[in-house]
Design a protein around this ligand. Sequence first.
Ligand code: ADP
Ligand code: MG
Length: 349
Amino acid sequence: MEGMAIRLQGLRKTYGRTEAVAGVDLEIADGEFFSMLGPSGSGKTTVLRMIAGFEAPSAGSVELAGREVTRLAPFERDVHTVFQDYALFPHMTIEQNVAYGLKVRKVARAERLVRARAALAQVRLEGLGRRRPAELSGGQRQRVALARALVGRPRVLLLDEPLGALDLKLREQMQVELKAIQRQVGITFVFVTHDQEEALTMSDRIAVFHQGRIEQVGTPAEIYERPATPFVAGFVGTSNLLSGDTARKVVGAPGTYSIRPEKIRILKDPTRLAGSESGPDHSTATGTVAEVVYLGDATRFLVDLDAGGRLTAVQQNLETSSADLASFRGARIGLRWHRRHAVRVPDAP
Ligand code: ADP
Ligand code: MG
């Protein structure tokens, strides 16, 4: 298929009795920012290592740009991997670190320098080429690792939790920068993370991993708004599921339903549920507030439903103050949401 950067077919990897990757089929297009999202131990790194060639699959195949590479060594594949620990050479300057791969490939000295400087400019580190890794901050070292990857102009860049060692503020800043750099260079990025927010904000598409399998592949909006399995509904965003008897009473039909917390409106006076805003397009429920969590810009309410089960609702703090919020604890309230926001979740595959 044209424009295909990566195709995985029936990919498996077992270590003794551990099935690290239990059958993965996936196609990633040229130029995509693609994330592999899942909890620790779900097989993301193992898949990445099989794409890079560091690990041989127990079964299945890896294709890069239409060429089968399953049995090829890492250096025979047009990919580069960026690891979380940067793996910079401490005794070399930043420029030498970035140019190192070109030296190994026997690129002439003058060209090495030009390309290393261009790569450092791409990650906004121009002027720091003469320093050594110890003289840079964590975020700057991460950018050097990225420059070192970009300098070889690989077709695909594999990134394994590259921001995991950074503190929250820096991580958020690097998320924006990384995405901008990817757009600018147009290289396919395969980005591994266990952080759902990171995956949602950065990716063109996401694959959600669970126990060595992919449970869903889709755009961030598809994954968030139309979770394909109960696991995806719970792992991405706050788990808010109605099922069994509760679903029958509240949604009016059997099955499992996911409702995102920000779609649920809280009514301090439950008798208002019968009011004009509650047409046939809306579902309603009554319950008791079990917990109120002040989040600064918003508040999270955990509500025990009279129909059974518990829902989380999040409201922006437009007019409420933290003093008001205390009065909600233990209060009887009403909940209302548009019917289209109760999304039917198929059972696990
Ligand atoms: P993730 O990157 O999603 O955290 P991994 O791919 O690292 O997951 O691991 C998936 C599973 O395979 C885990 O249960 C892990 O313990 C196991 N595993 C990974 N690498 C090895 C190895 N070299 N030897 C034995 N088990 C491994
Ligand atoms: Mg991992």
